[in-house]
Design a protein around this ligand. Structure first.
Ligand code: NDP
Length: 448
């Protein structure tokens, strides 16, 4: 990195040295922008980089709640309202013990460019809590969600900030938070996305992130005259994104070879099939069990305790769909050595910078999360539109719109990478295409 981008990054890293994930995300974006900044001095003149790396607003609050034993528990709640130049803040809520301000700033920052890439009018935000839903009763999860919304409701609204799910926040948690918002505000509005179907939700929203990551992989493969049919695919995680990425891969004739959770990975000797997929859906979404139980149930499933999927076999495609920095340099080298040609990130920033370098150096078709997993927020945007016009579109209509959005995001990234001299580099393409729209809107709107 050099010049203006380097200057801004230097200052940022001295100001927030403890926010490791945020600095990692900011560095990647700033590096990609160098070529654009050289050609377009207006961004420096208007101090766009200095402004875009600082959130417009950060809200931090205490969340006290009563557990099943009547004991008071206290968690920390956050909402990072990063950038609203092109629309209301939009981005998920994460409930996980590792949540802190640096993690949420990284996620909120990525969200700005991701949302811009969708072509829909959505700004960037992210929030959550260090609350761990694992091992909690339904009643405790409800109590926590209500306590969390008791403060958050003041800061959000259908035209202000529209949160959604993320790690640890699925249909159950969105339901409890929506209920509390409705009670506190005495209004029924599309203030959250990922809602249940009979109270304002959109068909295909649960599937959207996973399906979108596979649609993006399909588009990248087309550029190399390849397809998903017959490909062996490694997927990490077994949550919302992984579940539907796996389903779409099966529908397109690919062979899903792995899934995982934070304890270990399962390897499907004969590939995942419908029966095993349904078992996994029940296991993860209803029983809230561990992925290991798949190996207890099926003879042709191996469990690898404490292992990630990447070194368990030979894979043509990798879809990291669990969490940040889950795929490192040695994983990337092993994937490449075993013939992997395509990596599409369902999770946010799952590959370390060193892993990304390995993919790019070896001409792997590599899509960063901000492009490949944008289908989730795009479909949240479609949910917001349906809420505003008080109509629901069919499953086919929403899926078609999602598919077209992913095709368009792919094209924007592909074209921008080519225009700025790095053809095939979807990291540069996504960052440049996502940045331009937001930065130009900031210039148009003056210094605010
Ligand atoms: P879920 O909570 O539904 O699932 C998360 C999965 O990842 C679980 O299998 C979980 O295992 C695993 N996991 C979480 N933390 C770790 C860790 N530290 N190490 C190993 N495995 C881990 O979340 P989602 O599927 O919604 O989200 C997954 C990723 O996709 C995240 O990066 C999220 O930001 C991103 N994303 C999600 C979108 C959405 O629409 N949901 C949209 C765009 C991006 P365990 O159960 O053991 O914790």
């Amino acid at each position: 990195m050099s010049g203006y981008a380097m200057e801004v990054y230097d200052k940022l890293s001295k100001k927030y040295p403890w926010e490791k994930e945020f600095l990692q995300a900011a560095k990647e974006v700033l590096e990609s922008l160098e070529l654009l900044l050289e050609k377009e001095p207006k961004y420096q003149k208007h101090a766009i980089l200095e402004r875009i790396v600082e959130p417009e607003r950060v809200i931090i609050f205490r969340v006290p709640w009563l557990d099943d034993n009547g004991k008071v528990q206290v968690n920390i709640g956050y909402r990072v309202e990063f950038n609203s130049a092109i629309g209301p803040y939009k981005g998920g809520l994460r409930f996980h013990p590792t949540v802190n301000l640096g993690v949420l700033k990284f996620l909120g920052f990525e969200q700005i460019f991701k949302n811009s890439l969708t072509g829909l009018p959505m700004g960037g935000g992210k929030g959550g809590s260090d609350f761990d839903p694992k091992g909690k009763s339904d009643n405790e999860v409800m109590k926590f969600c209500q306590a969390f919304m008791n403060e958050l409701f003041r800061h959000i609204g259908p035209d202000t900030d529209v949160p959604a799910g993320d790690i640890g926040v699925g249909a159950r948690e969105i339901g409890y938070m929506f209920g509390q918002y409705r009670k506190l505000k005495n209004e029924f509005t599309g203030v959250l996305t990922g809602k249940g179907l009979n109270w304002g939700g959109s068909l295909i929203r649960p599937e959207a992130t996973g399906y979108g990551a596979v649609y993006f992989a399909e588009e990248m493969l087309k550029t190399a005259k390849k397809g998903i049919d017959g490909m062996a695919v490694a997927i990490s995680g077994s949550g919302n994104v992984s579940q539907y990425a796996a389903q779409k891969i099966m529908q397109l004739g690919g062979k899903v070879m792995t899934l995982s959770d934070s304890n270990g990975s399962v390897y499907f000797k004969n590939g995942l099939n419908q029966e095993k997929w349904e078992f996994m859906m029940e296991l993860k979404n209803v029983k809230r069990g561990r992925i290991k139980e798949m190996a207890d149930k099926f003879k042709d499933v191996e469990y690898h305790d404490g292992k990630k999927p990447w070194k368990l076999g030979k894979f043509d495609i990798a879809l990291p769909c669990a969490t940040q920095n889950e795929l490192d340099e040695s994983d990337a080298k092993e994937l490449v050595k075993n013939g992997c040609v395509c990596v599409s990130e369902g999770a946010n920033m799952p590959s370390t910078p060193e892993a990304v370098e390995v993919f790019l150096a070896n001409k792997v078709l590599y899509a960063p999360g901000k492009a490949a997993n944008a289908g989730g927020v795009a479909t949240s945007g479609l949910e917001m539109s349906q809420n505003s016009i008080r109509l629901s579109w069919t499953r086919e209509e929403v899926d078609q719109k999602l598919h077209n959005i992913m095709i368009n995001i792919h094209k924007s990234c592909y074209d921008a990478a080519k225009e700025y001299g790095t053809p095939g580099n979807y990291v540069n393409g996504a960052n440049i295409a996502g940045f331009k729209k937001v930065a130009d809107a900031m210039i148009d709107q003056g210094v605010i």
